[in-house]
Every structure is written in structure tokens, then in C-alpha cells.
Write a protein that binds this ligand. Structure first.
Ligand code: GLY
Length: 312
């Protein structure tokens, strides 16, 4: 039996200024082209997800790979997860600092390791042992992010309200959550999901967010759905929200209903903000966010669609 390939991408959910929209749309279009091109040539959903995420990691528009937010000590520290819904094989890496494409390291873990998850120096060693080149962390740091970190730390020192770290909901909505994520279905009907992030601005070194934690920012199971989330990681982790959402699909909700329910639950239970993409095993999709904007792209045999959705 042959299935119609589907690729759905998010490129962050936050109060994206007008000036940033074109770059996000360009980045998502490039990721769609890479991932969907593979699906059209018969590649697996896992291959397509990995390729599309890697394109966004290489694009400094997004908070993933080069151009990620910086830690308190001015370094890039990244997390990524890749999951194959056909067999639940999963690869995750966290707190990696010397890999240009953490999603490719996650793929190696998925393919080559009996384990699911590697962190820090051990993850980098595993990637190098399996053929990946290590880079210098400063190759991943860009001036835009050094300036952003400088401003956040200056505000903190001055005791000014810091829009990124304030606990107030309106302030959190303004903060940037430019994590990237992809879900895909291939022509055999298998689904997969991947998420990659540099985490949150000015995070403590060693902090891990939701993105690479299985069932939190990413999950895929042919028996339920594939999901990727973006947003402030801690509330998403506390709710294990990715698994919560795919379980809703398994229980009969459409991906669109489950996506909206997950974002409502995130807000109602913990006051969290973010965005979600979901793909069911029947090819139906859903997306939802409660941030002012969310960047996304969808490709099916009917062609590509992309946009930056606005709330309110
Ligand atoms: N959602 C990205 C993070 O909190 O790390």
C-alpha cells in the first residue's frame, strides 16, 4: 500500500517581529524542499525529518545549530531528538557544544547505539567515533546572539524587568522560542519526528529543555502520532506534553483537536506558552500556538504551504 507523503515543520513560536518573518519563511521553504524532495524519491520519514531539521540548524535565523541563543557564559549548547514511529527507535543528544548539526548526531544514536540518549562530552565523543567532525564552539556563536545576551545580562544586573526571564505571562509571550521541529510521513505510511534547539537565552550551562526529551518536545509512534513542540521548555517538560498530545490522537481526537487541546492544557495547567505540530498515522495534521506568532510549513502532494500564523 502506498501513502501520500506529508512533511510539516515549525520554525518557532514567539512574538516574531515583522522584520523577521521573511527570513523564517525562507528558512522553512528551504527545509520543506530538502525534506519533501527526499520523501518524493522514496526516502524514509526519518531521513526526511533529519534533512529538514539540518537545513534549519544550518540557518542562523533559528535557535538551533549556528546562531542559537547563548548560555550565561556565552556558549552555544544544543539539544536534539529524532524518533522513528515505525519501531520507536530514538536518538537524543543534549548539551552538545561542538557539533554543527546535533540532529545528525541524534540520527547516529538512533541508528548505531543500543542507547537512546547521550549528553555533553560523551555525546560529542560518540558522534566523532561515528564519523562526525567536531567544531569549535565559537564557530556556532554569532554577533547577533552576543548582543542579545549582553542586553539580557545588563538588564538583569540593573534589576530591570527582563522580558525573557520574567515569570509574567505577557513577558514570556514576548520571548523568542525559535526551536525547530519536523514531523513526516513517508510513502510506506511510517511517521517520524525531530526537534532541535539551542534552548533559552542566558540559560545556565547544563540546563536541558523539553526539545530533546522523549515525550516532552518530541515523540513519534505509528500507533498514535508524531509531534514536535516549541516554547518555554520547563512547563512542556512538566506536562510531558508531546506524549500527552499523541495519546489524545490515539484516543480518537483529530491532530487539529489534539494540538489545540495540548496548547490549552499547557496554558491552563501551568500558564505556559508555545506551539505544537502534530501528524496522525492517517496523514491528517494539526498545529496550534498561544504565542503571538508561529512559523510553519506544510508540504503534501498538493504542494507546499507556509506562513507565519498570528494569534489575536
Ligand atoms: N523549547 C526549547 C527549550 O526550552 O529549550
Amino acid at each position: 500500500m502506498s501513502f501520500q507523503p506529508v512533511l510539516l515543520i515549525h520554525g518557532g513560536a514567539w512574538a516574531m517581529p515583522e522584520a523577521e518573518i521573511a527570513a523564517h519563511e525562507r528558512g522553512i521553504a528551504n527545509a520543506l524542499a530538502a525534506g519533501y524532495g527526499l520523501l518524493e524519491r522514496g526516502a524514509s520519514a526519518v531521513d526526511a525529518v533529519e534533512a529538514a531539521v539540518a537545513v534549519m540548524e544550518d540557518d542562523e535565523t533559528f535557535d538551533a545549530g549556528r546562531g542559537s541563543f547563548l548560555t550565561q557564559d556565552g556558549r552555544v549548547q544544543m539539544d536534539a531528538l529524532l524518533m522513528d514511529g515505525s519501531n520507536l527507535r530514538t536518538g537524543g543528544v543534549a548539551c552538545v557544544e561542538r557539533l554543527r548539526n546535533p540532529i545528525k548526531a541524534a540520527r547516529l544514536v538512533l541508528d548505531e547505539s543500543p542507547h537512546v540518549y547521550f549528553v555533553g562530552a560523551g555525546a560529542e565523543r560518540f558522534a566523532r567515533q561515528h564519523g562526525m567532525a567536531l567544531c569549535d564552539n565559537m564557530e556556532l556563536v554569532i554577533p547577533r546572539e552576543q548582543e542579545r545576551l549582553f542586553k539580557a545580562q545588563a538588564a538583569e544586573l540593573a534589576g530591570l524587568p527582563d522580558e525573557t526571564f520574567s515569570g509574567s505571562l505577557s513577558a514570556e509571550k514576548l520571548a523568542s522560542h525559535d526551536t525547530v521541529g519536523v514531523v513526516a510521513m513517508d510513502s510506506t505510511g511510517n511517521i517520524a519526528a525531530g526537534t532541535s534547539t539551542g534552548g533559552t537565552l542566558n540559560k545556565a550551562p547544563g540546563r536541558v529543555g523539553d526539545s530533546s526529551l522523549i515525550g516532552c518536545g518530541c515523540y513519534a509512534d505509528n500507533l498514535s502520532a508524531a509531534v514536535s513542540l516549541t516554547g518555554w521548555g520547563e512547563p512542556i517538560m512538566k506536562l510531558v506534553l508531546g506524549k500527552w498530545a499523541v495519546d489524545k490522537v490515539a484516543a480518537g481526537a483529530s491532530p487539529a483537536e489534539a494540538a489545540q487541546a495540548a496548547i490549552d492544557y499547557l496554558y491552563e495547567r501551568l500558564g505556559g506558552h508555545g506551539g505544537i505540530i502534530l501528524l496522525g498515522p492517517d496523514g491528517r495534521v494539526g498545529l496550534a500556538h498561544n504565542t503571538p506568532r508561529m512559523a510553519w510549513g506544510l508540504q503534501t502532494p498538493a504542494g507546499p504551504q507556509l506562513g507565519v500564523t498570528r494569534n489575536g
